[in-house]
Design a protein around this ligand. Structure first.
Ligand SMILES: Cc1cc2nc3c(=O)[nH]c(=O)nc-3n(C[C@H](O)[C@H](O)[C@H](O)COP(=O)(O)O)c2cc1C
Length: 377
């Protein structure tokens, strides 16, 4: 049996176990600044071997949804310190997911009402901005404009600066968000990217922005503190399927192998109602990538054990179960039942469905108390 509950060496950072909490947007940060409630949420989940934070916009331009805690302003860095400190106090490790949504945004939340930027001037996806009545609302993303070559270089710097900001906020590292139809994938995807400069066309050119952003982050905080998330075969937010998917991601596997990263994180979008990532491809990627491999998508304990035992992945990543089970690690370890997650409270709102899920032991203690009181009366 795989040592899921044994420590793991993540490029020199010791994880208490191999269970990873997936990045999950919860959209509760007022003014886009991380607060005490967010710190409590992460503290509650700090028995995870590694927590990857919710996507954290690297700039105002990189934001596609209201109430996401960013990692570009001084107040945001100060706010995140509360969360990283809370996780460290419990012996946990936390990486920041550095995020630019690209075209999945809306003029109502961009600086001076500007259009979002992307690899190409093609509309796609839904954003969460302000509607015509000034109310927060889900709306079709605004048609973006294609970033200039100069702007691509600036985007690389924005990712690097975010990595530095994350370290200053106390994060143990960053995970560049190269997945789920956002900016970096908008460049990787040959069906979307129609550029004629060095950031479009060939495999090498389409992957250039991602690799440059990784290299620039490495230069500032070290390769052992940099990870990246990818979704091969991803179709979220209208990403087209294209002929060179497999070749593109195997090229990336080879390039990323050269960089001694903290990890590469693959996500299967099957759980998001999209077509899944073929398991045969996961194995081919594993063979091509010579480093720590994380994998997310509808995992349970048995499947996590199997994938690690078979040598297909190193660290299993759990998303939705962590929303309703702050002590997911203890529950999996002891085979305690899991509390069901509640999709209605995934995004936005208040403490409800966010920081009010008890641990299994708290729940048992409450039930015992109730039973005792009932017997007395
Ligand atoms: C509420 C919610 C928010 C999410 N936000 C993000 C995010 O910010 N960044 C990201 O890369 N993936 C995000 N995801 C995807 C998860 O990281 C994860 O890959 C997905 O839920 C599949 O894992 P699961 O089946 O264990 O839930 C989100 C998923 C959920 C349910």
């Amino acid at each position: 049996m795989a040592a899921l509950f044994e420590p793991f060496d993540l490029a020199g950072t010791r994880l208490n176990n191999r269970i990873v909490m997936a990045p999950m947007t919860r959209a509760r940060a007022k003014g886009d600044v991380p607060d005490e409630m967010g710190a409590l949420y992460y503290r509650q989940r700090a028995s995870a071997g590694l927590i990857i934070s919710e996507g954290s916009p690297i700039s105002r331009e990189g934001q596609g949804y209201l109430f996401n805690p960013g990692i570009y302003g001084p107040d945001q860095i100060a706010g995140w310190k509360k969360a990283t400190q809370a996780v460290h106090e419990r012996g946990g490790v936390i990486f920041c997911q550095t995020w630019h949504v690209g075209r999945v945004s809306h003029t109502s939340i961009q600086q001076n009402g500007a259009a979002p930027i992307s690899s190409a001037a093609k509309q796609g996806g839904m954003a969460f901005g302000y509607n015509e009545d000034g109310q927060p609302d889900m709306m079709a993303a605004t048609t973006p404009r294609a970033a200039t070559t100069e702007e691509c270089r600036r985007l690389v710097n924005d990712f690097a600066q975010a990595a530095l900001n994350a370290r200053n906020a106390g994060f143990d590292g960053v995970e560049l968000h190269g997945a789920n139809g956002y900016l970096l994938e908008q460049f990787i995807n040959a069906g979307l990217n129609d550029r004629t400069d060095e950031y479009g066309g060939s495999r090498e050119n389409r992957c250039r922005l991602l690799l440059e952003a990784i290299d620039a982050s490495i230069a500032l905080i070290g390769a052992h503190r940099v990870g990246v998330r990818l979704t091969p075969y991803g179709t979220l937010f209208d990403m087209p399927i294209y002929d060179d998917i497999e070749g593109t991601y195997l090229y990336l596997a080879a390039e990323l192998s050269k960089r001694d990263l903290a990890y590469v994180h693959l996500m299967d979008q099957g759980a998001q109602g999209q077509d899944g990532l073929p398991r045969e491809f996961l194995r081919r990627f594993r063979d091509a990538y010579h480093g720590t491999l994380l994998f997310a998508g509808n995992l349970d304990k048995a499947e996590a054990h199997k994938l690690v035992d078979d040598g297909v992945i190193d660290l299993p990543v759990f998303g939705r179960p962590f929303t309703s089970n702050p002590d997911l690690v203890e529950r999996l370890q002891n085979d305690w039942p899991l509390a069901e997650f509640d999709p209605d409270t995934f995004y936005g709102g208040d403490a409800r469905g966010y920081v009010d899920f008890p641990t299994y032991e708290e729940e048992q203690a409450r039930l015992a108390r109730e039973k005792m009181l009932a017997e007395k009366s």
